[in-house]
Design a protein around this ligand. Structure first.
Ligand code: ZN
Length: 303
């Protein structure tokens, strides 16, 4: 199955390997969708092929514009592993001489030489089974896009100082609206449907597809119905020598509350104490000292 997908995509777009371009009947915006930026996260890739199958069955094409679908990390996808040499989603714009460094460079050049209106990057989780939207909060249009196309109520809104090397960041720098979705756990069979609904909602938002390819009614009706809970980054936690968390956190919650004045972690030098009510988001279960981060400290806002 994976081999077949890779063979279909390898040379489909002469301008970027392992990607495919769908062209609309009329001129319109150029969008990009990514699946499997982490090779063990098939939801986005499966969602795209389901969509393409629906188009083929109806002998339809996009009504306007252009979509480039990219399989992010082909070799890691083939082996069903997160990455080969390094995390591709920390490797942008691609300066290292690693498998992912070279792939990030190739993708970056494509983004630079095309006028991309918006980018959707589809992921899933290794721990926990919640859904989450992620974007750079400093560009207002990202939050607007997220709230327009997705019913996911939890948002991880990061500041550029706290996260680097993301694919969506490369797109944001070039003026594109961009966002990541986490469709739930890698093993959740609904992941491909969550991906498919978001993909359609994204394409419909820019009018690349019409009503006949709209997301499910449930999905559409739940957009904007509930309060959005925004976890905005205050700082990144680094894997300093001896670092460990001293609070319990659940796999099923996006953010763990750390009440003001409570300790939440320690390392060889100090204890970490909450200076106000804080939220711990995406803490790593196992601390690896080569990791870029081991979690984020956020404040929570609802809108
Ligand atoms: Zn991922």
């Amino acid at each position: 199955m994976r081999k077949e997908i890779l063979n279909k995509l390898k040379d489909a777009n002469p301008k970027l390997s392992y990607s495919i371009v769908l062209e609309g009947k009329e001129k319109g915006p150029h969008l990009m969708i990514f699946g499997s930026v982490h090779g063990n996260e098939p939801a986005g890739t499966m969602g795209f092929f389901k969509f393409q199958e629906e188009l083929d069955k109806s002998k339809a094409t996009l009504q306007k514009g252009k979509l480039t679908f990219v399989l992010g990390n082909p070799l890691a996808f083939e082996k069903d592993v997160r990455f080969i040499d390094e995390n591709l989603n920390r490797a942008f714009p691609g300066s290292q001489d690693t498998y992912e460094g070279k792939r990030a460079k190739e993708i970056s050049e494509y983004i630079e030489t095309n006028e991309i209106e918006a980018l959707l990057d589809i992921h899933s989780l290794g721990h926990g089974d919640f859904k989450l939207v992620i974007y750079n909060v400093e560009s207002e249009k990202n939050q607007h896009l997220a709230r327009s196309i997705s019913p996911i109520v939890d948002h991880f809104a990061y500041h550029l100082d706290h996260v680097s090397g993301l694919l969506v960041e490369k797109a944001t720098q070039h003026g594109a609206s961009s966002m990541v979705i986490e469709t739930g756990n890698h093993t959740n069979p609904e992941g491909a449907l969550v991906a498919l609904n978001h993909l359609k909602s994204f394409l419909a938002h820019y009018q690349l597809i019409g009503h006949q390819f709209a997301p499910t009614t449930d999905f559409q009706q739940s957009i904007g119905q509930q309060e959005t809970c925004i976890y905005e980054t205050l700082r990144i936690l680094k894997p300093t020598p001896g670092f460990r968390f001293t609070v319990d956190f659940s796999d099923d919650e996006v953010g763990t509350l750390i009440p003001k004045d409570s300790p939440y972690a320690q390392d060889n030098k100090r204890q970490y104490i909450a200076e106000r009510d804080l939220y711990l988001v995406m803490p790593h279960k196992e601390i690896t000292y080569e990791d870029h981060d081991v979690g984020f400290i956020c404040i929570k806002k609802t809108i």
